[in-house]
Design a protein around this ligand. Structure first.
Ligand code: HEM
Length: 470
C-alpha cells in the first residue's frame, strides 16, 4: 500500500495530470452537469474547444488539494471546479475509431442504456428525455458560489451550443441535517465510508479510531486505505511515460429519484410492527437503521450502547465478523449488502462522489415533518470513480444489491437500491426482534422508494490527453 503524499515533490507530475474529484471529493456544495452530443462534422472545432477548456478551466487533483490547504489555512474559498468526461461514442465521434481495442471495460464500451439487462434498469425509453439520446460527453462544474457557477454554466452552454447539442443539464446541491452534516434525502448522513488514498486522510482515520498501525494488536477492524489503482488506470489514449504517468478513471453517473415521504412512512410502519414497546421515534429510527445499516446521524447499527464510542456518527472501523447471525446488522441492510467488509468485497469499493438533487420547500436542517417531505423531484445524483465499471459499480449493483441470495439465501434485495425485473420481487425481510439476538426474528415488507431516471458510463481522461487532443 502506497498512500499518496501530495506534499512530496515526487508526486507533483502524477497529481497534475489527473483530474480532480478522483482521489478525493471536490467538496463543493453546488454542481452543474452538462450532457452533450457532438456533431459528426465538427470534430476539429470540438477538439480545439476541449484543448482550450482543459488548459484554462479543468481542475487537476493537485490544484484541488492546494486550494483545500489554502482554505484550511486562511479560509480562502476555492475557485470554480471543472471536470470533463467522455463516453465511448464520444471518443468515436471525435475520430478515435479503435476505442474498442484501447478500452477493456465492456460496460463502458456499450454504455448504460445497453446494460439495462445486467442491472434490471428500467427501459431507457422511460428515462428522462435528456438521458434517452446518445450522450458523448459530460462537463461537471462545482462551486460553493452558486451564482458564479450559474453565470459560468450559462456562457458555457451558449458556447457549446454553437458546435454541439446540449442534451440535458442536471443540478446537484448538498443538503444537511441539524448537526450540519451532509445527508441524502432520506435523512441519513452520507459519504462516510470511502476508500482513502491520501496519506493525510489515512493518518486521520487511524487517529480517529485510535489505531496504532505499528502495533499488530491494534490492527483495524476495517481499513479503507487503498492503492490508487482501485480507481485509476493508464489513460489508453495518452502517451505513457514513467516520470509523467497519465492516468484516468471510469466514471458512473446515475440519476436516482427518492420518494422521501413514502420511505419515511414505511419506516414508521415497519417500526410500529416490529418494536411496539419502543417509543414512537425510536421505533422508526431502529427500523431505518436496520434497513440502511447506520442511524440517521451516521452511527453504525453494529455499535452497541456498550461500545460507547465517542464520535460514533463518523465511526467506520467495524466489520461484520462478530455478527454472522445478523442480530445487530441484518445482511440486507444497504451498507452490509454493498460492502460486506471482507477482503474480497474491499476490491469492489468505488470512490463515491454523489450529491443530492432537487430543492426542498422546507430545509432539511429544520427537520421537516412527514407532510413537508417530497414524494418526487428529489434524489441522488450517484457518481463513482473506479478502475472497472463491470467489476466494481456493476458488480455491487447486480451481484450484491439486486441478488436476493447475496450474501446468503433469503437475505433479500437491497431495500434502498435493489432493482428487480418487473415489480414482483418479494420485498419482505427478517428483522431481529431483539437487538443483538438473531432469533426470534420478525418479517416485514418494504417497497422500492428509489427509481432510476437515467444515466451514463464515462471515462475521466488524463489532463495530458485533454490538453493535447488532436
Ligand atoms: C438514492 C440512492 C442511495 C441512497 C439513499 C444511499 C444511501 C447511503 C447511505 C446513507 C450510506 C451510509 C453512509 C456511508 O457510509 O457513506 C451509504 C453507503 C454506501 N452506499 Fe449508498 N445510497 C444510494 C445509492 C447507492 C448506489 C447506487 C450504490 C452502488 C451501487 C451505493 C453504494 C454504497 C456504498 C459502497 C456505501 C458504503 C458502504 C460501506 O463501505 O460501509 N449506494 N449509502
Amino acid at each position: 500500500m502506497k498512500p499518496v503524499d501530495p506534499t512530496l515533490l515526487s508526486t507533483d507530475r502524477f497529481l497534475k495530470n489527473i483530474q480532480g474529484n478522483t482521489l478525493k471529493g471536490h467538496g463543493r456544495d453546488y454542481t452543474t452537469h452538462i450532457f452533450v452530443r457532438f456533431r459528426v462534422n465538427r470534430g476539429k472545432t470540438t477538439k480545439e474547444w476541449i484543448r482550450t477548456f482543459a488548459e484554462n478551466h479543468l481542475t487537476s487533483i493537485k490544484k484541488q488539494l492546494e486550494e483545500r490547504e489554502a482554505f484550511k489555512k486562511d479560509k480562502k474559498p476555492g475557485n470554480l471546479f471543472a471536470s470533463f468526461f467522455l463516453t465511448s461514442s464520444g471518443y468515436e465521434v471525435l475520430g478515435f475509431n479503435d476505442v474498442h481495442k484501447r478500452f477493456k471495460d465492456e460496460a463502458f464500451l456499450k454504455g448504460m442504456k445497453l446494460r439495462k439487462g445486467e442491472l434490471n434498469d428500467p427501459d431507457s425509453r422511460r428515462w428522462e428525455s435528456g438521458f434517452r439520446t446518445r450522450i458523448d460527453a459530460m462537463i461537471l462544474l462545482a462551486d460553493d458560489d452558486k451564482n458564479r457557477m450559474g453565470e459560468f454554466a450559462k456562457e458555457l452552454i451558449d458556447t457549446l451550443s454553437t458546435f454541439c447539442s446540449v442534451c440535458g443539464v442536471e443540478y446537484g446541491n448538498a443538503i444537511r441535517n441539524s448537526a450540519e452534516k451532509g445527508i441524502e434525502h432520506f435523512g441519513y448522513v452520507d459519504g462516510t465510508s470511502q476508500p482513502l488514498f491520501l496519506k493525510e486522510e489515512i493518518d486521520e482515520y487511524y487517529k480517529l479510531h485510535n489505531i496504532d498501525i505499528s502495533d499488530p494488536k491494534s490492527a483495524p477492524d476495517f481499513d479503507p486505505s487503498a492503492d490508487t489503482d482501485l480507481i485509476l488506470i493508464p489513460d489508453p489514449y495518452a502517451e505513457q511515460n514513467d516520470s509523467k504517468p497519465a492516468l484516468g478513471s471510469y466514471f458512473v453517473f446515475r440519476k436516482l429519484e427518492q420518494n422521501v415521504r413514502q420511505f419515511k412512512k414505511a419506516e414508521e410502519i415497519v417500526g410500529e410492527d416490529l418494536f411496539p414497546d419502543l417509543g414512537q421515534e425510536s421505533k422508526r429510527e431502529l427500523a431505518g437503521a436496520y434497513l440502511v445499516g447506520r442511524f440517521e446521524d451516521g452511527t453504525p447499527v453494529m455499535l452497541d450502547d456498550e461500545d460507547s464510542i465517542p464520535n460514533s456518527a463518523e465511526y467506520n472501523n467495524f466489520n461484520y465478523s462478530k455478527d454472522l447471525s445478523e442480530g445487530r446488522c441484518p445482511h440486507f441492510a444497504h451498507i452490509r449488502k454493498v460492502n460486506p467488509r471482507t477482503s474480497k468485497s474491499s476490491e469492489k469499493m468505488m470512490a463515491r462522489r454523489g450529491i443530492p438533487f432537487g430543492m426542498r420547500s422546507v430545509d432539511t436542517e429544520l427537520e421537516p415533518i412527514m407532510q413537508q417531505m417530497p414524494e418526487a423531484g428529489v434524489g441522488l445524483l450517484f457518481m463513482s470513480y473506479q478502475a472497472s465499471i463491470v467489476e466494481q459499480f456493476e458488480h455491487v449493483q447486480k451481484k450484491f444489491s439486486n441478488d436476493p441470495s447475496f450474501p446468503e439465501k433469503n437475505t433479500g434485495i437491497d431495500p434502498i437500491i435493489g432493482q428487480s425485473v418487473g415489480s414482483h420481487m418479494d420485498r419482505t425481510y427478517q428483522f431481529p426482534k431483539t437487538y443483538g439476538t438473531a432469533s426470534p426474528s420478525i418479517k416485514a415488507s418494504f417497497r422500492q422508494f428509489v427509481h432510476m431516471k437515467g444515466g451514463e458510463y464515462f471515462f475521466a481522461p488524463s489532463l495530458t490527453f485533454l490538453k493535447t487532443v488532436v
